[in-house]
Write a protein that binds this ligand. Structure first.
Ligand code: 5GP
Length: 192
C-alpha cells in the first residue's frame, strides 16, 4: 500500500456543462478505482446535497481559518463570498485507501492541481455546445435564482477561454459519447 502511486483526475468546466454527470458516471466504474475529492465550500447546500458527501459545508469564517492554517491544496472565491477549496487532507485520505482522486472543480482550481502534480494529473476540460445551451441547462436545473444563474453564465465565457490549457477536452454535445470518451481517457492515463 505504501508505494501506491495515486493519480489525480481533474474535470473542470463552466457550471452546467455536464461535468458533474460525467464525474458521477466515472465513479460507478469500479475498475477505474476512483474516489471523489470532497471539496470544502462556504455556500448553502442545494437540493439534496449532503454535508460530507457532496461538499464539506463550512462557514466563511471557518474557511478563512483553514486558509490561514495552510490546510488547502488550492482554494478559490469562485463567486463573491462563495469559497471553494480542496483540503490537503482529502487527497491524503483517498491515496491512503489505495485509490485515485477525481475532482469536480472550477477551471482555476483544476489548473492549480495540475501545476502542483504535473506528472500524476490528467486535467480534462468539459466543453458545453455553447454559452446559450448552458443558459438553457442552468434554467432547466432551476435550483437557483435568476441572479445566480446570470452570475454563472458571465463566468462561463471567461472559463471557456481556458480550455486549451487542459491536457484533454471533451465536447459534451452527446452525453453518451462524452461518458465513453471520459472512461477511455481515464483508463488510458491509468495504464501509462
Ligand atoms: P457549485 O456551487 O455549482 O457546486 O460549484 C461552483 C463551482 O465551484 C463549480 O465550477 C465547481 O466545480 C467549483 N468547485 C467545487 N469545488 C471546488 C474546489 O475545491 N476548488 C475550486 N477551485 N473550485 C471548486
Amino acid at each position: 500500500m505504501n508505494d501506491f502511486k495515486g493519480k489525480l483526475f481533474v474535470f473542470s468546466a463552466p457550471s452546467g456543462s455536464g461535468k458533474t454527470t460525467i464525474v458521477r458516471h466515472l465513479l460507478t466504474q469500479e475498475r477505474l478505482n476512483l474516489e471523489f475529492s470532497i471539496s470544502a465550500a462556504s455556500r448553502e447546500p442545494r437540493g439534496k446535497e449532503e454535508d460530507g458527501k457532496d461538499y464539506y459545508f463550512i462557514s466563511s469564517k471557518a474557511f478563512k481559518e483553514k486558509i490561514k492554517n495552510d490546510e488547502f491544496l488550492e482554494w478559490e472565491e469562485v463567486y463573491r463570498d462563495n469559497f471553494y477549496g480542496t483540503l490537503k487532507s482529502e487527497v491524503e485520505r483517498i491515496w491512503k485507501k489505495g485509490k485515485h482522486v477525481i475532482f469536480d472543480i472550477d477551471v482555476v482550481g483544476g489548473l492549480r492541481i495540475k501545476k502542483k502534480f504535473p506528472e500524476q494529473t490528467l486535467a480534462v476540460f468539459v466543453k458545453p455546445p455553447s454559452v446559450d445551451e448552458l443558459k438553457i441547462r442552468l434554467k432547466k436545473r432551476s435550483t437557483e435564482s435568476e441572479d445566480k444563474i446570470n452570475m454563472r453564465i458571465a463566468k462561463a465565457s471567461i472559463e471557456m477561454a481556458t480550455a486549451p490549457q487542459f491536457d484533454k477536452i471533451i465536447k459534451n454535445y452527446d452525453l453518451q459519447v462524452a461518458l465513453k470518451e471520459a472512461e477511455n481517457l481515464v483508463e488510458e492515463f491509468l495504464n501509462q
